[in-house]
Design a protein around this ligand. Structure first.
Ligand SMILES: C[S@@+](CC[C@H](N)C(=O)[O-])C[C@H]1O[C@@H](n2cnc3c(N)ncnc32)[C@H](O)[C@@H]1O
Length: 179
């Protein structure tokens, strides 16, 4: 299996901060290694880094990347790019082909937008994938895509080195420190 990294486009710090945080946290919880942000927003990186410190794992956030050169470099280095867009090929019709590439150890970049996505993203992407051909949310699209790609296995991953750990509980909250 290749590594999975998310590229978040069009993040407007004053409008999209909460959604971008949710994109990052969802990516982390569902098996991605990190998130690249095509906007300079240190506050965003800090808020996700705080979660990583508390809850473990080694998810990274890098801000201020150029989307075009980052996507092209990813492909030049042997990775492939999936762009999530409601205009793309519906997920059930392309997920097997994507999973085959990813299982052959090719690193996968998953691109999600915020506002209007630049036209060349559709051209550079290897796969333009719709999670249903209806408008909804980048968080929902990413979660469904990552879950289908990994066939649910990612929910069992371990997050090591955090300050806090949840002991699953049928009723109430059981959170341990320094486990
Ligand atoms: C709220 S939408 C806005 C899309 C924007 N109007 C455009 O021109 O693409 C923000 C992001 O959510 C994701 N998204 C929304 N609906 C989707 C769907 N049905 N399938 C895949 N991704 C979707 C896409 O990544 C999109 O760029």
């Amino acid at each position: 299996m290749g590594d999975i990294v998310i590229l978040r486009l069009g993040h407007r710090p004053e409008r999209d901060a909460r959604i971008t945080t949710h994109v990052g946290l969802t990516a982390r919880a569902l098996g991605a290694k990190g998130m690249l942000l095509a906007t300079e927003d240190k506050t965003e990186a800090e808020s996700i880094n705080r979660v990583v410190k508390a809850w473990g794992g080694d998810f990274f956030v890098r801000t201020g990347v150029s989307y075009r050169s980052t996507m092209k470099q990813w492909k030049d280095e042997g990775g492939f790019v999936v762009h999530l867009t409601m205009y793309g090929i519906n997920l059930p019709d392309c997920i097997d082909a994507i999973r085959t590439e990813w299982r052959s150890s090719r690193d996968l970049m998953v691109v999600v937008g915020a506002e209007k996505v630049p036209g060349d993203v559709y051209q550079i992407a290897d796969f333009n994938v719709a999670v249903g051909n209806q408008p909804h949310s980048e968080v929902a699209a990413l979660a469904l895509f990552l879950d289908r790609l990994q066939e649910g296995q990612t929910l069992r991953q371990e997050f090591k080195g955090g300050e806090l750990k949840i002991v699953p509980s049928e009723h109430g909250k059981d959170v341990r420190k320094g486990q």
